[in-house]
Design a protein around this ligand. Structure first.
Ligand SMILES: *[C@@H]1O[C@H](CO)[C@@H](O)[C@H](O)[C@H]1NC(C)=O
Ligand SMILES: *[C@@H]1O[C@H](CO)[C@@H](O)[C@H](O)[C@H]1NC(C)=O
Ligand SMILES: *[C@@H]1O[C@H](CO)[C@@H](O)[C@H](O)[C@H]1NC(C)=O
Ligand SMILES: *[C@@H]1O[C@H](CO)[C@@H](O)[C@H](O)[C@H]1NC(C)=O
Ligand SMILES: *[C@@H]1O[C@H](CO)[C@@H](O)[C@H](O)[C@H]1NC(C)=O
Ligand SMILES: *[C@@H]1O[C@H](CO)[C@@H](O)[C@H](O)[C@H]1NC(C)=O
Ligand SMILES: *[C@@H]1O[C@H](CO)[C@@H](O)[C@H](O)[C@H]1NC(C)=O
Length: 373
């Protein structure tokens, strides 16, 4: 390659990466010209398989940011297709993870220039990805960027045959010390922890989907990287996703806040609590949600509420006792009936107490650890 051509190719590759990477929330904390909203956290594990009973990506966890009409659900899971020029599908999680693990079981789409992908992307544009080139039967590809620095060329191309013929498991396992890319249980790449810009270290959404990097309208560098131009007459090109499983390294975290504009790991604060995703995944009943919010109340508030509940019970008992005494004057038969009623009320009261304890409502059981999901 001439120097001019290679400069051109590098420049266009940079364009490709730059075009793909906008902060998921629309606000990059390193800009420093505005305060970004907190990143909603996962704070637990979401283990989600796709099947033919589904009709949409569950909006509790996923946001389809492109190509909703190109997704269908069949026996092989979620199927995402490119039918013509301009089509693409992107599904993003509604939540962020700060380190942890993301895994996708997918059959990549076959077709020159067609890319099936899973990407971790943060608001500071730290990125970790798997990108499966639909024109390459022998190798897959993975990559990372630090702080959206598109001058970096970190792509690697491990051997993996048949990515388009059958399902494979692509996993990213990420902590502060090292980042691993794992394909079908085999670690194929490891990156050692490093400073900002040189190692992804900020809360990230997980995106998966399909796009045509070989679209003739895209720069030559992009199409070369993709393995050539896409011939749409060979379509539709379909990526199949059986399942995704995502684990946030932290639990009991409801959101992440950037405390400064450095883009460093240590500038990110994890805010404790149950995340939206946590509540949805654990399908809390309204009683359990009440118990969960109960456990967050102050002791004084708890005592006040418990006292008023007990007060109402006391009033019920007094009224009932009065009615009972009145009843007694009405003769034996009626007394027998009243006694049975009394027993029924007593057992209801016991049951109520039992439920209160179970749900963590009873004052002696108010430790937050009492709330079980
Ligand atoms: C902050 O800066 C970024 C990047 O220069 C820009 O895109 C964005 O619109 C700016 N936001 C505000 C609120 O000025
Ligand atoms: C289909 O997938 C959904 C979401 O993962 C799951 O809740 C449901 O149990 C699955 N149904 C079958 C029949 O596997
Ligand atoms: C989903 O993504 C779209 C497009 O990026 C965005 O406008 C919208 O706010 C997102 N919705 C949610 C609930 O995050
Ligand atoms: C597949 O990728 C490998 C690694 O980049 C490359 O050596 C090989 O030529 C590619 N094959 C095709 C058909 O593009
Ligand atoms: C971006 O990455 C390139 C290549 O590694 C490096 O030379 C450059 O200093 C980096 N830029 C910044 C702003 O860190
Ligand atoms: C995918 O691979 C990871 C890493 O080896 C493993 O922990 C996980 O159980 C695998 N998932 C499935 C569904 O096989
Ligand atoms: C979760 O965080 C809340 C708020 O700080 C705290 O009160 C609670 O004890 C934590 N729960 C667990 C199980 O650590």
């Amino acid at each position: 390659m001439s120097r001019l051509t290679s400069a051109l190719v590098l420049g266009l590759l940079a364009l490709r990466a730059a075009a793909q990477t906008q902060p998921p929330s629309g606000c990059d904390p390193t800009w420093g010209n505005t305060t970004c909203l907190d990143n909603p956290a996962l704070g637990t594990t979401l283990d989600y398989s796709f099947n033919n009973t589904l009709s949409e990506m569950d909006p509790q966890y996923f946001n389809v940011t492109a190509g909703a009409s190109l997704i269908s659900f069949g026996n092989d899971g979620a199927e995402m297709s490119i039918l013509k020029a301009g089509d693409s599908v992107t599904v993003s999680t509604q939540f962020y993870i700060l380190e942890g693990r993301a895994e996708i079981v997918m059959q990549a789409a076959k077709g020159v220039g067609i890319i099936s992908t899973i990407i971790l992307l943060s608001d500071t544009l730290d990125e970790i990805d798997w990108e499966i080139l639909g024109g390459n039967e022998t190798h897959v590809s993975n990559n990372w960027y630090g702080l959206g620095n598109t001058s970096q060329h970190n792509g690697e191309y491990p051997l993996l045959a048949g990515a388009m013929d059958t399902f494979h498991n692509y996993t990213i396992d990420w902590n502060q010390d090292r980042l691993q890319w794992i394909a079908d249980g085999q670690m194929v790449r490891e990156l050692k922890g490093a400073g900002k810009g040189l190692y992804p270290q900020t809360p990230s959404v997980i995106r998966f989907g399909i796009w045509a990097a070989g679209d003739p309208s895209l720069p030559q560098g992009t199409r070369d990287w993709a393995g050539g131009d896409t011939d749409y007459s060979k379509g539709p090109f379909t990526m199949k996703v059986k399942s995704v499983k995502v684990t946030d390294a932290a639990t009991n975290v409801t959101s992440y806040t950037y405390e400064d504009t450095s883009g460093e790991y240590k500038s990110v604060k994890a805010n404790p609590g149950d995340s939206k995703a946590f509540l949805a995944i654990h399908k809390l009943t309204s009683a359990q949600k009440a118990a969960a919010s109960w456990s967050h109340l102050s002791k004084t508030a708890k005592i006040a509420i418990a006292s008023s509940v007990l007060g109402v019970l006391l009033v019920i008992i007094i009224i009932y006792t009065y009615v009972c005494i009145t009843q007694r004057k009405k003769g034996r038969a009626e007394k027998a009936i009243a006694d049975r009623e009394w027993e029924r009320h007593e057992s209801e009261l016991m049951e109520y107490k039992r439920q209160m304890q179970k749900g963590g409502f009873a004052v002696s059981h108010l430790g937050s650890g009492e709330v079980r999901y």
